[in-house]
Write a protein that binds this ligand. Sequence first.
Ligand SMILES: C[S@@+](CC[C@H](N)C(=O)[O-])C[C@H]1O[C@@H](n2cnc3c(N)ncnc32)[C@H](O)[C@@H]1O
Length: 280
Amino acid sequence: MTDPGKPDAAAERARWAASGAAWDRWADSMADPADRVNRPLLDLCGVTAGDRLLDLASGAGEPALTAATLAGPSGLVVASDLVEPMLAGARRRAAANGAHLAFSLADMTSLPFGARSFDRVTCRFGLMFVPDDRAAVAEMARVLRPGGRAAVAVWGPLEGNILFRELAAVLDRHLGPGALAGLDVLFRHSGAGFLAEVLESGGLDGVEVRHLRLSQGVPADRPFWKATLDMAFSPALATLSPSGREALEARIAAHFAGLADGRGLVPVDMHVVLGAGAAR
Ligand SMILES: C[S@@+](CC[C@H](N)C(=O)[O-])C[C@H]1O[C@@H](n2cnc3c(N)ncnc32)[C@H](O)[C@@H]1O
């Protein structure tokens, strides 16, 4: 299969180094919705008390913080990320919550851990940003003990992810297509069968894929879209003046109000693909 949105390593490093503050700012208020993905992901990974778990691309701590509660005091959870600014949120939240987490700066294609060091590896919304995604999966397989499991979460197609789809439509109309730079990378693994192929060719056995479709009616008069706008489109927003940003946000609010049903609720649908496999 051809790779539909292979990212550029330098652009990704720059994107994430500049995004840490926005992710940390939203992390606590987004913790409950984040857990609706974390729990099925950790369940598919088979996490239990006492596990040694490596979370890749942890960002501000999802799902590492939830994993730490499942692994418990007899386990070990290492939260890792490519860049320190993204990991800063995870460090702050772990300290605030008294969570038992270790931290490591790590590019997931070249992990600073020995072979067979972990029982579980997780990666939530991170694999798509790695140019050589198969090399990242091979590293997951290398650091797992035989029979240990890795589980990843990636985005399903853009059409099934209302927040991204509608924000992209407004930004495209009002800021031009340049504002959507990097968006295709987010949906890189959404094609049918593509994630399974990446996990298998990286060396995982017994690969299984599940589709998680979440839906929630959210009051149109609440700015429920602001976190996604800030976190996913921060490079495009950085070029706007304060009044330009205000005008854009007014357009977005009006756009979502137009999608509300008779009860004033916007149907916020999400489609996430979970994939898992075991090390040999
Ligand atoms: C969309 S965020 C996901 C953060 C968190 N897992 C979550 O779901 O909230 C993507 C993360 O991938 C990290 N990342 C990108 N390329 C990476 C690489 N090659 N190795 C490790 N982490 C990487 C970024 O720094 C960023 O923190």
